[in-house]
Structure formats: C-alpha cells, structure tokens
Design a protein around this ligand. Structure first.
Ligand code: AMP
Length: 186
C-alpha cells in the first residue's frame, strides 16, 4: 500500500479506536483511552508497525534498547522492541524493580510520581528509543530520559502514539529531544 494511503488508514484507525473519556481520572482531564485500539488486532498491529517505522525514520543508525514506561508504555514498547530488533527495558513506578536502581521523582498532568530503572539495564553508550502512549506535559518523558542518561546510555529517539500539543510538552519539558508522534492532537 502506498505510504500516503497507509497514513490515512492509520489516522482513521486511531480516530475510531482511541476513545476520549472526559473527567478521568479526575475532573478536567480528557483521558485518551487506548484499550479499544489494543483489543482490535488490525489497529494494534498497524500501531506497532507505524511506531517502529516512525522510530526507524527518526533514529539515525541502530537502536539497542527500547524503553517502555509503566504501564501503558509497556504494551506498545515491547512489540516495537521486537520489530526493530532491540531489547526491551521497563521503566517502572517506585519499588517494583529488584536490584540496584536509579530513581527520578517528577510531576504528572494529574499527580506526582517516581520512576525507576535498573542500573544495569543498559551498557554504556547504548542507543535507546523511548516509547509511551501519550505525550502530555512531557514530564514522564523527561524523567525517563534522565534515567537513561544516568545509566550512561544515549536517548536516540522518543516515539509516542499521541501528542497532546495544547499541553506544550514538545517545546517544554521534552524540548530538544528527537521526538515523533503518530497523531498530534491540537
Ligand atoms: P506527561 O508526563 O504530562 O507528559 O504525561 C504523560 C503520561 O501520563 C503518559 O505516560 C500517559 O500515559 C499519561 N497521560 C497523561 N495525560 C493523559 C491523557 N490525557 N490521557 C491518557 N494518558 C495520559
């Protein structure tokens, strides 16, 4: 299928299968629910393929590891890691990972959180792709990038399914990062 047609098909799938849930998990937040997309095998496969191909276009050279951020990031990042021939590394909420970890505490759109990664997750200089479902304020991505860099690995790219552009993450907390989004919500 020509690239343009694939793009139109993916946009239509995302429009149809990502549901807006008002006032969840608290009043004032318009939650982007990807569970209808995940339970649709065509939509899920097209999303993983599109994230992998957008990442390969964005990143110059090989990707050694793909990082997924707990919890929805795991679901997308693990198949993307397989698709690009890289290992998968989970970045988890506080207290979930055994062994020695690096930790970063940061503010979310609707909470505060601490993320951790195992200190031995990367070899020095490895090239890393970070994958998550939604870029909102960019705090989660910025914290994850900090963790990767603390492990002396290099963030080669960031790929998200949805970018909430009105929250300004790309020019704010995620500024300066090579970043691609399958769908930008303005
Ligand atoms: P942020 O750190 O503000 O960029 O928030 C991004 C993280 O919070 C991602 O891991 C998302 O899963 C989650 N998130 C933030 N806002 C939303 C939203 N409106 N809908 C769904 N998930 C969101």
């Amino acid at each position: 299928m020509p690239v343009g047609e694939t793009r139109v098909r993916l946009d239509a799938l995302l429009d149809a299968l990502v549901e807006d849930v008002p006032d969840f998990p608290k009043p004032g937040v318009l939650f982007k629910d990807i569970t209808p997309l995940l339970r649709d095998p065509t939509g899920f496969a097209a999303t993983v393929e599109a994230l992998a191909s957008a990442a390969s276009e964005l990143v110059d050279g090989a990707i050694d590891k793909v990082v997924g951020i707990e919890a929805r990031g795991f679901i997308l990042a693990a198949p993307v890691a397989l698709a690009v021939g890289a290992g998968f590394v989970p970045v988890r909420k506080a207290g979930k990972l055994p062994g020695v970890t690096h930790a970063v505490t940061y503010e979310l759109e609707y909470a505060e959180s601490t993320l951790e990664v195992r200190e031995d997750a990367f070899r020095s200089g490895e090239r890393v792709l970070v994958v998550d479902d939604v870029l909102a304020t960019g705090g989660t991505i910025a914290a994850t990038v900090e963790l990767v860099r603390e492990c002396e690995a290099e963030v080669a790219g960031v790929a998200v399914l949805l970018e909430l552009a009105f929250l300004g993450g790309r020019r704010g907390k995620a500024a300066g990062l090579p970043l691609t989004a399958l769908r930008v919500v303005s």
